[in-house]
Structures are given as C-alpha cells and as structure tokens.
Design a protein around this ligand. Structure first.
Ligand SMILES: Cc1cc2nc3c(=O)[nH]c(=O)nc-3n(C[C@H](O)[C@H](O)[C@H](O)COP(=O)(O)O)c2cc1C
Length: 335
C-alpha cells in the first residue's frame, strides 16, 4: 500500500518536472512560467547589448520629458530598458549595470504597466507578477496626471535587509540610507541614457503616492520606496493643459485641488479673456503662502497654466496651479 502511494507521488512529481521542461523550452518573446490567478510571469527577450547612440550624443540628448503617448513599449524595448537600468552585465559574477555600495544590490525595480505591477528579476531576466490591474496612477500624485498615461512606470525600492557592515565598521541607519539612495540615482541615470538613445521620453519622480504603492506591493517595513520613473514614447501634442482663454466669458471662477489631505482653493477673475487676478482662498499650510503667491503671479504674467510643464515647482505650488487649472477648465466648460 505504502509502495503504491510512493509510486503515485513519483508519477506526479515526474509529470510536474516534465511540464516545467516543456513550458520553459517554448520559444517566443513571452512565455508562462507561473500563473498567479489572472497573471503570468513574463520572460523578456534577451537584451540587445550592442549598438545604440554614441555615449556623448546620448548625454547631449538626456532630458526629462512629461508628455507620453499611450503606445505600449515593445517587448524588446522593455527588455533593453530593464537590462540598462539594473540588469546583469557580468554573468560570471552576477554584477550589474549600475554600482551599489559593497555590491549590496539592495534595489528592486518594480514595473507598473496597464496589466499590472511586476518585479524585475535580473538573474532570469523575467518580470514576476505582484499585483494584477492598472495601478500606474498610484506611482505618481494627482498633480502629475501624465503618470497614468505613461505605458511604463518604474518604482525603485531599496531593501535595508540586504545592506550590511562596511568591513568591520558598523554603519548608522543614516549612512546606509545615504548609500542606498545614491545607488538608486545610478539606476535612474542608466534609464535616462537608454531613453535618450532610444528616443523615449522619461522623467524621474520623487512625487509618489507612497502609501498606496507600499500597500499595493505589500512591502516589508525594511523596504523603502525611493524614486519612480515614467517611460514611454513622447506624445505628439505639446501641451495637454493649455486652456483657450477665448472660450471663457468674464467672471469670477472658483477652483480647487487636493494634495496630501490638504485642500487648495482659488478664485480666478477673467476679464476680456485674460486672467485678471488669482486669489488664494484656502491653502494647505501657511508655510506655503510665499511660494504659492509666486506661482499664481506666474499664471497672471504668463496668462497660462501648464502644471505638467513646471518641473521645478514644489508640490504645494503645483497643487495651487492645479486649482487654477480646475477653475479655468470648469469655466471653459460652463460657457
Ligand atoms: C531626485 C529627483 C526627484 C525628482 N522628482 C520629480 C517629480 O516628482 N516630478 C517631476 O516632474 N520631475 C521630477 N524630477 C525631475 C526634475 O524636475 C528635472 O530633472 C529637472 O527639472 C531638470 O530637468 P532635466 O532632467 O530635463 O535636466 C526629479 C529629479 C530628481 C533628480
């Protein structure tokens, strides 16, 4: 009886091994490795590590871009992008395209697409599913709506559990964090250079809905979200947020935006199809009043609100611009 059971167990194990071999032997760009309900792991095609733009030209072209076409990245481009970011470039030692202190390799690159959130496993060059569904918007903030349009949003997460002593020297938490934060910077710059070479648009971002991403990825307490980076083909249109003032009749229009549980309210006065005045009605915190006044002054002198184009603006002033945009959008719509 026992022997009979062992025979059955062997048969089951053998058939699992056989199916695994059949599946992993399949050709094609993508193949199923595991199935997690609705999602499967994605085996990326081998990265193309030859060619590309000459380095000095790529450095000349490197820039941040915030307009994205929804066109998905081809598998080969995604493969090259992730390899450039933090792939293994010396298989004999497992070392990567970006440096890390003491070769800790403490950064994980998560990939958010329309289909779901994945973790990039450099060793096998695959994407393992973490969550099924479109959570791209969570990797940004409401004041940067372009994030949800970018076909790929990378999120760089460091794991303090992989950091250690420096030889015999014990490092403080602040020192370890500094080393890990710096390591992420190298990965991001690799992405910038690959995108420059490939004609892709990209921007690295500190503005992330960290609580949402932390919950979505089920991060452990020792894991920290450092930066996110949007990647995609550049959109054709130049400004998505430019509003035609000719469409807006004279009047006083209220607008509001929320950021980090704070509400920002403005009243925008339109006179002769010009932004005559912007009054700050409500501001998240008095600490922001000075920079907010400067931001609205810009709106009046430039006669336009291009929230997505204001790269250096702080979250508070961007939220305020978003409130002005809200007022003008409603005003144009109410005509
Ligand atoms: C650490 C860091 C955080 C950043 N965070 C954001 C961000 O949250 N949103 C954004 O639109 N740009 C962000 N940027 C991009 C900068 O605004 C941009 O690099 C800067 O304006 C210079 O433009 P350039 O990259 O085209 O040279 C960030 C850049 C760095 C280095």
């Amino acid at each position: 009886m026992i022997e009979k059971n062992i025979g059955w167990q062997r048969a089951i194990v053998l058939s699992i091994i056989m199916w695994t071999m059949i599946i992993s032997g399949c050709g094609g760009a993508k193949q199923t490795l595991i199935t997690d309900g609705s999602m499967s792991a994605i085996r990326l095609p081998a990265p193309r590590t030859e060619g590309g733009m000459p380095l000095m030209k790529a450095l000349k072209e490197r820039k941040s871009g915030r307009n994205f076409s929804p066109t998905p990245l081809p598998d080969q481009v995604l493969s090259n992008l992730l390899w450039a970011a933090f792939g293994i470039n010396r298989p004999e030692s497992g070392r990567r395209t970006a440096p890390s202190a003491l070769n800790w390799q403490e950064t994980d690159v998560y990939v958010f697409t329309e289909q779901g959130a994945y973790i990039y496993e450099a060793k096998d060059h695959i994407l393992q599913p973490v969550a099924s569904g479109d959570y791209r918007a969570e990797t940004g903030s409401i004041i940067q709506p372009f994030v949800k349009d970018a076909p790929v949003n990378l999120v760089f997460v460091v794991d303090a559990g992989r950091t250690s002593m420096m030889g015999k020297i014990a490092l403080s938490t602040a020192e370890r964090d500094m080393l890990s934060d710096t390591a992420v910077g190298f990965i991001s710059q690799n992405v910038y250079l690959y995108c420059a070479s490939e004609g892709l648009s990209t921007v690295v971002r500190g503005l992330i809905d960290r609580e949402a991403v932390k919950a979505r990825l089920k991060l452990r307490p020792e894991q920290r979200i450092i930066l996110a980076q949007s990647v995609g083909y550049p959109a054709d249109q130049v400004e998505k947020t430019a509003i035609d003032l000719q469409q807006i009749p004279d009047g006083n229009y209220p607008g509001e935006a929320r950021y980090n549980d704070l509400v920002y309210r403005v009243a925008v006065a339109i006179k002769n199809h010009r932004i005559d005045q912007v009054d700050i009605v409500d501001i998240g915190s008095d600490d922001f009043r000075e920079e907010a006044a400067a931001a609205v002054q810009n709106v009046v002198s430039l006669q336009r609100v291009d929230v997505d184009a204001v790269s250096g603006a702080t979250p508070a002033s961007q939220a305020l611009l978003k409130a002005v945009e809200d007022a003008l959008t409603k005003a144009a719509g109410s005509k």
